[in-house]
Design a protein around this ligand. Structure first.
Ligand code: HEC
Length: 503
């Protein structure tokens, strides 16, 4: 689900998904001294971030070696990050790069006390009016995450015009999450900042740093709690949704005592619980809202699995999880009974987290793109059989639709046809058409207006755009310039959990 937006952000930033091979030996005293002299003022003596982002190995996980070298040499245009090519020779820059990939000499955990000290409540934001300061329909707003310069644009979904643009923390991870009434937005950044934003008054109200490397946040449907999942440290952090005050820190340790990074947290509204996916152990956790109280760790239900669940889809009731297995194929886990109930016949690397559902011939079907092959798998949600495999232009990330539109839109962003989206007829399962917003440039991630009339597509480049299509005629209506618009989120479709989008 939203985890893939983080991945996507990194993919767009790095060019390809690839983890760096690291030779740890170069962690020389020299590099540490160079860091202290040239970098610490902005990135923090402890590398935890200050004016600039954190520079821990975990922070840089998704930066390709070539991109890291370029940043050190040339800096980043239009930011405070200077280039060092003039001051430090190549050997020194190579040393520095290798050293950044190793842990800091004194790593300290980010404990409850650190979290509390970081808490910021912006003055006078608790008495702001409960009516929007703009005329647009507050339920048809879009938030567009512009990763190029760490901003969010707020679009009016009726007039298809931006009404506001604001700076976010460095590198948002996971999608922004809305409160049920659509007024508040909660977002997490790579470096662990959780921010609460009042969308009706267009202002931040509170922030807190919950960790050093964070995956995403979820907000409880009753509006009371925010749960953040970290990879560093290996914790879950529960916050009160009203002012983001710390309620509890939960160490992530499985049934056998093994610690794990969190891969994502989700709100399972129909179950009145949060679901936690873990990266390193074959378990999925459920934390019921009723067990939450400030000051105590909530009761956690740990469900054992056959395999680590890396990428998965919830059905609309949140009763079942459809997960991909690392060795191919998939599994269906029944959350009520806490066990696997079926296998899934899938090939390639299905991207179940980006799955959507609709009704075809009286049957609910789920379709998901594939990260390794040009195909869309369509699964019957009752028999769990694969009913069709639709060939597409190439491997893609997202599949999106809306209750009021006949097509599912699929990208091929991991292929040479990354500039083209194909429209699949939800009844015949045939490819019915395609759009190429800007030839040669990556186009992906579709979100519909609340009525399903328009489809908004991202051209994911620094001088990119949101391109708006009439969802019925598939004609371009307009384009709005944006700085690497990676994800977009419609308040109505998200808060009503539209079956055409991930939640
Ligand atoms: C004047 C402040 C400043 C100094 C000095 C500075 N940086 Fe930066 N650095 C930044 C800022 C701000 C960013 C974020 C740029 C952006 O928005 O992409 C950044 C980004 C980076 C990034 C990219 C991080 C990412 O995840 O994309 C790396 C790597 C980095 N700096 C390394 C260094 C190193 C190594 C030094 C010292 C040799 C250094 N910086 C000195 C401010 C600074």
């Amino acid at each position: 689900m939203n985890r893939f937006l983080q991945w996507l952000a990194a993919y767009v930033l790095a060019g390809v998904c690839q983890t760096a091979a690291i030779g740890g030996q170069a962690a020389t005293v020299d590099a540490a001294a160079l860091y202290g002299q040239h970098c610490a003022a902005c990135h923090g003596a402890d590398r935890l971030g200050a004016m600039g982002p954190a520079l821990l190995p975990e922070s840089l996980e998704r930066l390709r070696p070539a991109e890291l070298a370029t940043v050190l040499r040339e800096g980043r245009a239009a930011t405070q990050m200077p280039g060092f090519a003039g001051q430090l020779d190549n050997a020194k820059l190579t040393d520095l790069a290798a050293w950044l990939r190793t842990g800091p000499a004194t790593s300290r955990p980010w404990a409850a006390a650190d979290i509390r000290v970081s808490h910021i409540v912006y003055p006078a934001t608790d008495s702001l009016p409960a009516t929007p300061v703009f005329k647009a329909d507050p339920a048809n707003l879009f938030l567009v995450v512009e990763a190029g310069s760490h901003h969010i644009s707020v679009l009016d979904g009726d007039r298809l015009e931006p009404i506001h643009r604001f700076r976010t923390r460095f590198a948002l991870h996971g999608g922004p999450k809305f409160s049920q009434d659509g007024r508040y937005v909660f977002m997490a950044s790579r470096d662990g900042w959780v921010s609460k934003y009042d969308l009706w008054n267009l202002t931040f109200t509170a922030e807190i740093r919950v960790g050093l490397n964070t995956r995403n946040v979820a907000v409880s449907d009753d509006g009371k709690w925010v749960l953040a999942g970290n990879t560093l440290p290996q914790t879950l952090v529960l916050l009160r949704a009203d002012d983001l005050a710390l309620a509890a820190v939960i160490d992530v340790k499985g049934r056998n005592g093994r610690a794990s990074r969190v891969s994502a947290v989700y709100d399972a509204a129909p179950r009145h619980s949060f679901i936690v996916a873990l990266k390193d152990i074959p378990e999925v956790w459920e934390i019921p809202y009723v067990s939450m109280k400030a000051g105590t760790a909530p009761a956690t239900r740990m469900i054992a699995l056959d395999d680590v669940l890396d990428d998965f889809y919830f059905d609309q009731s949140y009763r079942h999880i459809l997960g991909a297995s690392r060795d191919g194929g998939g599994q269906v886990v029944d959350l009520a009974h806490g066990r696997k109930v079926a296998g899934l016949a899938l090939s390639g690397m299905p991207h179940l987290g980006s799955g959507i559902t609709w009704v075809r011939d009286g049957h609910e079907v789920m379709a998901s793109p594939n990260l390794k092959q040009g195909s869309i798998s369509v699964i019957d949600m009752q028999s769990w059989q694969t009913v069709a495999t639709v060939p597409t232009n190439g491997p893609g990330f997202f599949l999106r639709s809306h209750e009021n539109t006949p097509y599912a839109w699929a990208d091929a962003m991991m292929s040479p046809k990354r500039d083209t989206l194909q429209l699949i007829d939800k009844q015949t399962l045939a490819v019915a058409g395609s759009v190429t917003p800007s030839p040669g440039r990556t186009a992906a991630h579709v979100e519909f207006t609340r009525d399903g009339r328009y489809a908004l597509v991202s051209v994911m480049e620094r001088d990119g755009a949101i391109v708006v299509y009439d969802a019925r005629t598939v004609r371009e209506v307009k384009r709005i310039p944006m700085d690497k618009p990676i994800g977009k989120y419609n308040v109505f479709n998200k808060t009503t959990r539209s079956s055409g989008t991930s939640h």
